[in-house]
Every structure is written in C-alpha cells, then in structure tokens.
Design a protein around this ligand. Sequence first.
Ligand code: DP6
Length: 404
Amino acid sequence: MSNQEEAPIYMATVSAPTNIACIKYWGKADKHWNTPTNDSVSVTLDQSDLRAVTTAAASSKFTQDRLWLNGIEDEGAPTNKRFRACVDGVLKLAKNPQKWKGCKIHVSSYNTFPTAAGLASSAAGYAALVAAMSALVDAQEEFPGQLSTLARQGSGSACRSLYGGFVAWRKGGEKEDWSDSLAQQVQDEHHWPELRALILVVSDAKKDTSSTAGMSTSVATSTLLQHRIDKVVPDRMIEIEKAFSEKDFEAFGKVTMRDSNQFHAVCMDTYPPIFYMNDISRMVVRIVHAYNAWAGEIRAAYTFDAGPNAVLYTLDQYVVEVGALMKHYFPETGAVSDYINNAEYIEQVQKFSLSPELLEATDKTGRVPASGDVKQFYYTKSGPGPLTLSMEESNLDPKTGLNT
Ligand code: DP6
C-alpha cells in the first residue's frame, strides 16, 4: 500500500473465562517454557460475570506494538517475555503469514470483575490474548492444543482457560521444546450441568506472594512438594477425571478439598513459609466440613488458590442451602444486590430457611455471624472456552486502532 494512512486495520475481539483448579499446578519444571512439575485439572467458569475481553488489532500503519490493560497503557508490556511468547507464537501460526509482515499489533484488554476483588485474572487475560490473536490472524494449529502451549507461556493456568468444562493440563516433558505440555478438555461444559461454583471473596489487606515467586521457593525448599509430585498427583488425576466423568460429587469433592489442603500444606512446608489462607478461609473450611458431616455426605467442597478467597463447588440441588449457610455466617455489609451477583439466586437464598440442627452443628465451629469478612459472593457454574465477539464489542477504535 503506497499511502500508509489508507492501510487497513484488522481487528478481532474475544472474551475468555477464568478457571479454578481442583488439582493444583504448583511448581515449574522449566522456567523458560513455563512448564509444570505436575499435571493439574480445573473447572472453566461461566463468562457471564467473570471474563477478560480482549481486542487484538494489526496494521502496517501502527508504528509499534502497544497494550492497554483496563484502559491504561502498559508501556513495558510489548517487550515483556510472556506477552511476546503469546503474540509472536500465534503470528507464527497465521494462515497467511505474508499478510501480517510489516504490521504492528495493538491489544486492549479488560476484566469484567474488579481487580480489587483479588480474583486471579492472569488465566483469563492470557487465554484472551492468545484467542484474540488467533481470531485476528486465523491461526492454524499444527496439533491439537498448540494454542494452549502459547497461553501457558503467558501464565501456566491460562492454558486451561482455552477450553470449556473440565480441563486437564498435561505436564509433558517428553518433547525437548515442551510442545507436549498442553491443555486437554476432559469433559465439556454440558457434561455436568448440575455443577455450581460459589466464590467468596475474602477481605484481605495484605499483598500475596505472587504464584511465580511462591512456586520457585517451594520447588527449592519443600520436600513435601516432591512427594506430592511423585506419589500423590498421578493417582489423584486418575481419580478426579473418573469422578467428574461419572458425575460422582462425593469423590470429586473429596479429592478437590484434599488437593487444596495439600497445596496449602506445601506452602507451609516452603521455607520461609507462604500463607495464602487466612482465619476467614479456615473458618469456611470448618463450616463446610460441619455441613457435610451434618448432611452425612459431601454436598459442598472448598478450594483455595494463591490467596484467601474460597471457591465452593456444589450441586444445583444444594446450591441455595450452601449459599444461605454462607450468607448466614458471612452476611453482607450493604445492599445484598451489591454482595451477590445474581438476582434470582439472591431471592432463593433469602427465602431459604436453614435447618436449626444444621445451624447447631455449624455453630460449633465457633463462627459468630459478622459482616465484612466476605466482601463479594459470586454464584456461577461451568462454561465454555473463549468466545468471539462482534465488532461492536471492540475495545479499540476501528479507525485509529487506539483504546476506546
Ligand atoms: C494456585 O498460573 O498464576 O492458581 O505460571 O507463574 O503465571 P504462573 O502461575 P499461575 O499459577 C496458578 C497457581 C494456582 C493453581 C492452579 O491454578 O492450578
């Protein structure tokens, strides 16, 4: 094109989900390729409330690669190794590589959930980056899961957000370039429609140790982590994939809770120790166990990532009871509509009357209902992988390619 002003701007916009692991990724086998010391598996969450929305644009009239995050330009990002691995990796898979020669890339991404909520956003963010770039250049995978190997280099857990439902990350390591360290869908989001997730955003003023830094110290110092890698995770992966496939909540919930507990035990075994859960997190654990003991079966299962927030998995038939129980012990500070994300669910929870015997059992945990300890409560379920959005939902101006 002779006149640079006339050069077209190509754009694509996608949304991508977050995911919550049931068997945790903790420890890197190869820092350069960002590959894990063990397999992991997670539930991809529905995108109605929690998602990253990313627009990628390419044009020969752009003078440099640029990235905006939540509306603010991140000037260091285009030279960042994680960003480059995703963008350059997808460009190499473009259907028509010639078309993109001489183009620079603009990316704008935002999360629909407040960053202040402390919910892991890197998984959704890097999955959205890879998916947006892939939609932009019509990337052609050379083998299934190849795009997930790129998202993995952005953030490990991001590889699992490229698929919906129940997704495993196979650690790989047979191939020298780690191209076998990739995500695989175990079951899609329609397989277990009764499964529900509740996220309790626990107030915490302290800044967490980043996952990357925490893992590095754990690999260097925790002997429990080595035992976990060799002896525990391989069997648990088989067990949980079977449980999920058979929709066996009892088995699924038990492995999920035990794996979360072991991950936090590894953090404690790290030297110096890392504390992600706090007193409120531990109280949620106690209440869940008291509830399950009262029910005589596992109706709710907790899991905690690198922070104090609790994610509870449960089934449709118990989700109102579990929500009512949590709301009883961790009531809202202000309007309930600012606390719980789903109006229909709020109504059901408010109407539900908890059994006095249940409260008698859960009161034994020592918890006295008090507001302020949980600041947000999300009701959600499993959902699909990245979705392509229309031009109207773009974060970049189609005429200038600048953040809108
Ligand atoms: C506790 O994927 O955030 O959430 O690869 O260094 O970016 P990096 O780490 P990240 O770690 C997630 C750890 C976890 C467990 C999990 O999601 O499997």
